[in-house]
Design a protein around this ligand. Structure first.
Ligand code: NAP
Length: 294
């Protein structure tokens, strides 16, 4: 059984990834991560309602990625759950995320960047060291953020020699900036908090991949997907999600599932929603030639 943990799997793209794991790979067991146990159970029931055979292959894992204590206890629970198998996990999908909404930049970073790092740290020891995979669901907002930065800042975001401590110190420094003008004055583009959080997570993916060359650790954007996170966009414009060019959660799950199970070359790379490589410092539209640089 290949066991896969998906964070934030109770709805949206995470739930679509969970469904894809179960439906497309019958040798898998899914740990459905949800910060709210009841929402997680409801999602589990919806999966089983679509195919009763999933019942034996899915269980809910209570996991709030913003809480150090809850991440640690979730990892301890997994460690004790599968007959003490030392490395019971094949895959980890860091999908949980928040948009800006009513949150401030610190909250967005706490979930979208530090949450990913926290979950990786806690679950890496449980990952199969010979073939384990990590997929970080980031966003095209990351490369779009980096594209607006100064050349020096761009080099920082692309630096494979960085370590988490240096990246974390940089994040702390940025969280101390008072406003977008202060970001701009430091060569950090428009200071968009969501884009900043996803750019940092893309860079973290490079850092982590370098430290674990035997694993496949990559990041991707799911594309522009109609979910609770993006519903305000069509609502504000008066257009339908289709008219806005939004796709379904199932389409958003395509690249994460490819990075989880498909033939993937290299490590520490970022992919577009068409499951082809993209650069970290500028947007590549799906369907256009893939990035072939370092
Ligand atoms: P969504 O429908 O709002 O789902 C977000 C999921 O993350 C929910 O399950 C939510 O749980 C969970 N979550 C939020 N904070 C959490 C925390 N502290 N701990 C654990 N889980 C938490 O959004 P989505 O569109 O599916 O987004 C999924 C991922 O795709 C995110 O990382 C997002 O940034 C990324 N993304 C989305 C789009 C898009 O167009 N939709 C584009 C690019 C990237 P609750 O139900 O408990 O809130």
């Amino acid at each position: 059984m290949r066991r896969v943990l998906v964070t934030g799997a109770n709805k949206g793209i995470g739930l679509a990834i969970a469904r894809g794991v179960l439906a497309e790979h019958d040798d898998t067991f899914l740990l459905l991560g949800s910060r709210d146990a009841e929402r997680g159970e409801a999602a589990r029931r919806s999966l089983i309602a679509s195919d009763a055979a999933f019942e034996e292959r899915v269980s809910v894992l209570s996991l709030d990625v913003a809480s150090e204590a809850r991440v640690r206890s979730a990892a301890a629970e997994v460690a004790g759950r599968f007959d003490g198998e030392p490395q019971p996990l094949y895959g980890l999908v860091n999908n949980a995320g928040i948009g800006l909404g009513d949150s401030d930049i610190a909250s967005v970073v706490e979930v979208n960047t530090r949450g990913v790092q926290r979950v990786c740290e806690a679950f890496l020891p449980l990952l199969d060291p010979t073939c384990g995979r990590i997929v970080n669901v980031t966003s095209a907002s990351g490369p779009n953020f980096v594209a607006k930065c100064s050349p020096e800042r761009q080099r920082f975001f692309l630096d494979r020699e960085l370590d988490w401590e240096a990246l974390s110190a940089f994040i702390d420094e940025c969280l101390g900036l008072p406003d977008a003008a202060a970001f701009r004055a430091r060569g950090l583009g428009d200071g968009n908090p969501y884009g900043f959080s996803k750019a940092c997570t893309n860079t973290y993916t490079l850092v982590l991949a370098r430290a674990h060359p035997n694993l496949a650790i990559n990041a991707c954007t799911p594309g522009y997907i109609a979910t609770d996170m993006t519903w305000p966009h069509p609502a504000a414009s008066g257009r339908s999600p289709e008219e806005m060019g939004m796709k379904t959660p199932a389409e958003g799950a395509r690249c994460p599932l490819h990075l989880l199970f498909g033939e993937v070359e290299g490590n520490g790379r970022y992919y577009g929603s068409d499951a082809r490589r993209s650069p970290l410092d500028r947007y590549r539209a799906p369907g256009t030639p893939p990035y072939t640089g370092p």
